[in-house]
Design a binder for this molecule. Structure first.
Ligand code: PRP
Ligand code: URA
Length: 209
């Protein structure tokens, strides 16, 4: 059974407050999303497997640890997930990056897939699927379907702001998935926006309307 982790580290909470603020402009919003993604990546990678290697320090021989196994796959859900990629790559620069392109139909709120490209060896690779927002959960559920359909077996979902409806949707469709969030907000409004949320993450990141 998957778990839900809320990263309520003071630095994350502080930065989140500023991305929620409607007076925060595109440049600052983008920088803060990047910084929060880095902080979350530090936590989410806590259980990465290690292996021992023999090295020689300037003083003596030593047995030390390095990451083992296939390189991680980071998969942003386009387009807003792109804002989190560089922040994660700061800590895991050798990770592979895939993309899942989905948009939410504004009328039905249902996700529409328009692009998928993943790294090779999908079956053996661990994936972190990223999107700043988990609202109805439709996009995340569909993106996870898309990864699984192509053979992915180990997927974590990471987002900045979630609401209970979205968390429940993932739990129902993909009960084994661990979900990592920076804040669990109150609810969805009638237009499918998270309350209080931060508005449209893609528009705020890219300065569109
Ligand atoms: C936003 C957000 C998520 C989705 C969440 O993307 O980045 O992908 O909505 O909503 P859901 O949980 O109800 O599916 P949007 O569809 O606005 O596309 P964009 O990233 O291209 O702006
Ligand atoms: N997508 C967003 O960007 N914001 C929301 O509040 C809900 C979905």
């Amino acid at each position: 059974m998957g778990k839900v982790y809320v990263f309520d580290h003071p630095l994350i909470q502080h930065k989140l407050t500023y991305i929620r603020d409607l007076n925060t402009g595109t440049k600052e919003f983008r920088e803060l999303v990047d910084e929060i993604a880095t902080l979350m990546a530090f936590e989410i990678t806590r259980d990465l497997p290690l292996e021992e290697v023999e090295i020689e320090t300037p003083v003596s021989k030593a047995t030390a640890k390095v990451l083992s196994g296939k390189k991680l796959g980071i998969v942003p859900i386009l387009r807003a997930g792109l804002g989190m990629v560089d922040g994660i790559l700061k800590l895991i620069p050798a990770a592979k990056v895939g993309h899942v392109g989905l948009y939410r139909d504004p009328e039905t709120l249902k996700p529409v897939e328009y692009y998928v490209k993943l790294p090779t060896d999908v079956e053996e690779r661990d994936f972190i699927l990223v999107d700043p927002m988990l609202a109805t959960g439709g996009s995340a559920v569909e993106a996870i379907n898309s990864l699984k359909k192509r053979g992915a077996k180990n997927i974590k979902f990471m987002c900045l702001v979630a609401c209970p409806e979205g968390v429940e949707a993932i739990k129902e469709a993909h009960p084994e998935i661990d979900i990592y969030i920076a804040a669990l907000d109150e609810k969805l409004n009638e237009k499918g926006y998270i309350v209080p949320g931060l508005g449209d993450a893609g528009d705020r990141l890219f300065g569109t309307k």
